[in-house]
Design a protein around this ligand. Sequence first.
Ligand code: ATP
Length: 296
Amino acid sequence: MATVLYLDELSKNYGSLKAVDRLSLEVEAGSIYGLLGPNGSGKTTTLGMVLDVIRPSNGSFLWFGRSISKETKLRVGALLETPNFYPYLTAKANLQVVADTKQANHRHINKMLDMVGLGTRSHTTFKGFSLGMKQRLALAAAMLNDPEVLVLDEPTNGLDPQGIAEVRDLITRIAAQGKTILLASHLLDEVEKVCTHVAVLQSGKLKANGPVGNILSAKDQLLISAEELPPVLQLLERLPYVVQFAQEKSYISLTLSEGYTSTDLNRDMFAQGIVLSQILVRRKSLEAQFLEITQK
Ligand SMILES: Nc1ncnc2c1ncn2[C@@H]1O[C@H](COP(=O)(O)OP(=O)(O)OP(=O)(O)O)[C@@H](O)[C@H]1O
């Protein structure tokens, strides 16, 4: 996979505050890369630096293997905050204005309005739009010159649940067209639902990064008990899908490989003549995992 964006020890200091502290990461083509972190963790500053609106204090970054330039900027669309569209112009007229400033072809406008689900509302004035529709129009504007990469800062901020669902769906549809998306969010479940990769930031520092499934997958823990624990422990040794187990007083806690459930375990125990008296699933919340990562 080609590397779209490469950050090498990128840093930004505001006086003594290290807003972004030696951040290194790689965004691969076709990924939906989430920058996840609480307010003030440096997400917006990072996006600002790679979009050339904030000057880094140290470190460097490359887009498509090159320093940022007019040419690389044309390949990256951005949505940093809800843009100021003209309230009394229609959705279509607003996109015409944006197309002119970006020197993008007007023939993409209808296609983009359709893509963001505003095709039938192209003649509605911007002021009549819900917040979700405004955000979708902003995404259409960012996509007008057909960039390979979209950079989005908190794209669902302030939206109601329906607006959130629409924008998230739109992001995954855009990615399905082969675009790369870099998305900053403080919402764990947003990153888990939308992103393929994640970098967890805290106080400007990278705490963890990798595929979302590796970093944020909450493995359920099973708690089981039986009248006699030794035969259970012996069988657990032999079951290939048991990742780890430990006896805790009168019960055993364990985790299973991806794709296996308590039903598989119960069936295999029963086949060996073991009747489990209790099976409990203890779900590890994403929040608990996030705390684990950020407290490391
Ligand atoms: N222009 C500035 N001058 C001084 N400090 C700044 C400036 N911009 C950001 N900061 C500080 O840098 C840190 C990182 O801010 P940043 O906006 O990048 O975080 P964030 O993760 O995007 O948070 P949020 O979601 O609240 O925007 C914060 O402590 C913030 O107060």
